[in-house]
Design a protein around this ligand. Structure first.
Ligand SMILES: Cc1cc2nc3c(=O)[nH]c(=O)nc-3n(C[C@H](O)[C@H](O)[C@H](O)COP(=O)(O)OP(=O)(O)OC[C@H]3O[C@@H](n4cnc5c(N)ncnc54)[C@H](O)[C@@H]3O)c2cc1C
Length: 148
């Protein structure tokens, strides 16, 4: 578990690693960072919760890539944030095997991403990054609401 650093309003917080935007890319980094106790990490997104390509989730559209290209499997196949872990927890694993689907729907993968995001404690929603600058040898990020 990574160390949690809460961001009180109007103060400055220091991290080893931050991610701006929580799409699948940074969600993957966040899932991997979660397993390290040494990295103080935090991720920020202007949205109020996770969503992937909102408005483009047509019921029959399927992933363009393998479901094995999930948040973690290529780096940590035993991670609790894998698509397989999602299927097992949701009791869909055997249905998935029996179904012999040609592709996983993007709707289901969005659900998987949101499930993984819901388990992490270093994601901060409603944070819009406004400016990134270098200050005192550190990267400094100013958010719309005045936090740094
Ligand atoms: C229709 C479509 C289908 C696709 N299908 C696939 C697929 O099947 N498989 C695949 O691998 N790729 C697919 N892609 C490629 C797609 O680029 C990736 O799936 C993925 O969304 C990229 O993730 P990302 O995290 O880089 O960016 P995004 O998903 O774009 O996430 C960026 C995040 O940054 C946040 N943000 C932006 N500005 C700020 C700010 N100033 N402050 C705070 N937060 C901010 C946004 O709110 C957003 O949540 C598809 C793309 C499209 C358009």
């Amino acid at each position: 578990m990574s160390q949690i650093v809460k961001m009180p309003k109007n103060t400055q917080s220091v991290y080893d690693l931050i991610g701006l935007g929580i799409g699948p890319f940074n969600l993957s980094v966040a899932a991997l960072a979660q397993s390290s106790s040494r990295i103080r990490a935090a991720f920020f997104d202007s949205k109020s919760e996770f969503s992937w390509h909102q408005g483009l989730m047509f019921s029959r559209s399927v992933l363009q890539t393998s479901f094995l290209k999930d948040l973690v499997t290529a780096v940590q196949p035993t991670s609790a944030y894998s698509f397989m872990a999602f299927l097992v927890e949701k009791k869909r694993f055997y249905d998935f095997l029996a179904g012999r689907f040609t592709g996983v729907t993007r709707v289901e993968f969005n659900e998987y991403f949101a499930w993984a995001a819901g388990k992490m404690n270093h994601l901060h929603w409603n944070h819009t990054a406004q400016e990134v600058s270098v200050k005192d040898n550190r990267l400094s990020v100013a958010f719309e609401d005045g936090r740094v």
